[in-house]
Ligand binder design. Structure first.
Ligand code: FES
Length: 164
């Protein structure tokens, strides 16, 4: 007894079926590879972050002594290289600057002018205007920066921050 091939088998060459399987396999492998890369890359970058360069500067300009932000809020946060620095306006001629990174768990602090305290809202850490801990869990004072008021010729003085 002989088995006759069906008409559809006669019309479809073997190479076409094989080609589709190879294409499907290649497509699946490529998709899986892309998915794996999309998942693994962020994890690797999180576990091994790129090193931030230290401040490549010796000083930072925190703005004019009459900067609207100083007048409205009593402070500004400026960048000193890669480090945020909080600059307090105590009076027209007195400014203090500290690292804005809380010494507890590294949240960014703010200045509460009404209470004359630097506050960390993460865990209610409190520092006085000298950067000393007066409440909450921070284990150390804030790192102090030096402040100089520099008056360019013909302009209002500017607040210049540098390492203490
Ligand atoms: S991070 Fe500032 S009090 Fe916890």
């Amino acid at each position: 007894m002989t088995v006759e091939p069906r008409a559809s088998q006669l019309l479809r060459p073997e190479t076409g079926d094989l080609g589709r399987r190879r294409l499907l396999g290649w497509s699946l492998r490529t998709s899986f590879g892309a998915l794996l890369a999309a998942v693994v890359y962020p994890v690797v970058r999180f576990l091994n972050p790129p090193e931030e360069k230290a401040a490549a500067t010796d000083e930072a300009d925190a703005g004019g002594v009459s900067d609207p932000e100083f007048l409205e809020k009593g402070y500004r946060i400026v960048r000193f290289g890669s480090e945020p620095v909080i600059v307090l306006r105590i009076s027209d001629t007195e400014f203090h600057a500290f690292s804005a990174v809380c010494t507890h768990l590294a949240c960014i602090v703010e200045y509460d002018r009404a209470r004359r305290q630097i506050a960390c809202n993460c865990h209610n850490g409190q520092f006085d205007v000298q950067g000393q801990v007066v409440g909450g869990p921070p284990p150390r004072p804030l790192t102090r920066f030096a402040v100089h008021l520099v008056a360019p010729p013909g302009s209002a003085p500017r607040v210049i921050v540098s390492r203490a």
